[in-house]
Design a protein around this ligand. Structure first.
Ligand SMILES: C[S@@+](CC[C@H](N)C(=O)[O-])C[C@H]1O[C@@H](n2cnc3c(N)ncnc32)[C@H](O)[C@@H]1O
Length: 234
């Protein structure tokens, strides 16, 4: 029997209209649609693409415990890969949804690592959160010879300070509960007025706030901060 093909499909940052035509075609003709579901509950990627699911598609929710310990994630990816492999071995294609772009800090890469050597695998790029965030605030990410840095807020404070010190343009992802650390570093480097916070870009709940006006110490997981040292953001 011919094996199925695994498609890792980027579904973009939130607005379903930002799915590519290819993503739409694969989702709307899929027999099996897989996605990660946080602690067995919600799936952002599913929410984005749901409107295009065929009525008779089989859904495969891969339960992903949202714990810091790496071994829990590894076990969940092993289990998810085995579930996907069973469909592929039976000759069914599997469309795995991934928020944003699959290979830009995307969880699909962990399934790719487990399955791409054994099954035909196609990666379909998607609109990433960083370009969506820049579009939302109407400010280019980088121009001419400028260097753009992507910094996960999970990095240690010293490393973040070092990277931001020598920086023309930065996008800080995974902000969530790391806001106090970022506020402190950006303040010390005199970059607060050049930093804009974008929550849930392109979704109905999208919110844009200059960093100086952000209240509280925790932001949603789907938050990005754009820092541009070259000119004032507004
Ligand atoms: C694990 S990364 C996944 C990135 C995703 N694969 C992409 O291409 O954008 C998750 C981080 O991306 C950022 N992010 C994802 N979607 C976003 C959105 N709609 N608005 C703002 N930031 C977003 C947040 O910083 C979040 O913590």
């Amino acid at each position: 029997m011919t094996q199925g093909t695994l498609y890792g499909v980027g579904v973009g940052p939130g607005d379903p209209e930002l799915m590519t035509v290819k993503a739409w075609r694969l989702v709307s003709t899929a027999r099996v649609i897989a996605y990660l579901s946080a602690n067995g509950g919600e799936s952002t990627a599913r929410d984005i693409a749901r409107t295009f699911f065929p009525d008779d598609a089989t859904e495969l929710a891969i339960d992903m415990p949202m714990r810091i310990e790496r071994e829990h994630g590894e076990k969940a990816y092993d289990a998810g890969a085995a579930q996907i492999a069973a469909h592929l071995e039976a000759g069914r294609d599997v469309v795995m949804l991934c928020e944003g772009d699959p290979f830009f800090y995307g969880s699909f890469m962990y399934l790719f690592a487990r399955l791409a050597g054994k099954f035909e695998t196609v990666v379909v790029p998607g609109v990433s959160s960083i370009t969506a965030s820049a579009a939302a605030i109407g400010r280019p990410l980088a121009a001419r010879n400028e260097v753009l840095k992507v910094l996960p807020a999970t990095l240690a404070e010293d490393r973040l300070r070092e990277e931001l010190q020598a920086c023309e343009s930065a996008t800080i992802i995974k902000v969530g509960r790391h806001l106090p650390k970022l506020r402190n570093i950006l303040g010390l480097l005199d970059l607060t007025s050049k930093s804009v916070v974008i929550e849930k870009a392109t979704r109905d709940e999208e919110k844009i706030t200059p960093l100086a006006d952000v209240e509280g110490d925790v932001l949603p997981y789907f938050t990005t901060i754009l820092v541009y040292t070259g000119r004032e953001p507004w």
